[in-house]
Design a protein around this ligand. Structure first.
Ligand code: ATP
Length: 230
């Protein structure tokens, strides 16, 4: 798992390369899609699983739109993109309110269920810079390769600073495109620069402004039809 060169296992079969793309997706927007499309092209991904979190640890549950709406919008966006799949990996389990979901648990579970896949975790630069606050982030850094997408306002060269020095591999560990760790690789996706955020989409809707081009057409139709974010 230390490089993405070994796609074909000894048995001769095709080793799938897949990416997990977690988020709040409140709502999913064209920035998310641009990141996933760029990652799909560059890393020849067989599948990208979009994982809306029923309960992201860093967001207050009272601020969140119902999971069923967020999941539906993700599914609608995926329908227009071959190789994109909505995932229920962080869906509410029922019973009392959903517990927080942590990426380390989601990645480990996926790897247990799909031991032959080469797994990447997609994350924006803003989120990666906060990774030291995530549950068992050192374990997460060891557990899969990363695709970190550039986001306006965040410097990719700062990403190195959040990686514990003892995790860095031997020089050259940083070539501008990736940071090589002892057990994984943090790949930098510099070809996307989308300013869109879910916050902007929600704010525009509250101000009754148009959101065309900020979200996929089917997502716009769903938001307007369900009167979300008013
Ligand atoms: P909000 O504005 O509500 O905080 P958001 O737009 O950041 O939301 P999330 O669902 O929280 O959307 O993001 C999921 C993942 O996608 C995160 O890793 C985030 O960094 C990344 N991401 C979101 N928008 C962009 C973008 N425009 N460019 C690159 N990465 C992005």
């Amino acid at each position: 798992m230390t490089s993405h060169s070994a796609h074909r296992p000894a048995g001769g079969g095709h080793r799938r390369s897949v990416a997990l793309f977690g988020g709040t997706f409140d709502p999913i927007h064209s920035g998310h899609i641009a990141v996933a499309q760029a990652a799909q092209r560059r890393f020849h991904l067989d599948a990208i699983y979009f994982i809306p979190s029923a309960r992201p640890p860093h967001k207050s549950p009272s601020e969140l739109t119902l999971f069923v709406h967020r999941y539906t919008m993700v599914a609608l966006a995926c329908a227009d993109n071959p190789g994109f799949f909505p995932s229920l990996a962080e869906a509410p389990a029922g019973g009392a309110g959903p517990h927080a979901f942590y990426s380390i648990d989601t990645v480990k579970k996926f790897r247990r269920e799909h031991p032959d896949d080469h797994v990447y975790f997609i994350v924006g630069a803003d989120q990666f810079l906060g990774i030291p606050t995530w549950k068992n982030y050192e374990g997460l850094l060891d557990s899969c390769d990363f695709i970190v997408a550039s986001r306006p306002g965040f410097r990719l060269d700062a990403l190195r600073l959040v990686i514990p020095p003892e995790k860095l591999g031997r020089a050259p560990s940083h070539d501008g495109h990736k940071i090589v760790l002892r057990k994984s690789v943090v790949n930098l996706l510099t070809t996307v620069a989308s300013h869109v955020s879910s916050t902007e989409v929600r704010e525009r809707l509250q101000r009754k402004q148009v959101i065309r081009s900020l979200v996929p057409p089917r997502v716009e139709e769903y938001i307007l039809g369900q009167a979300l974010y008013r």
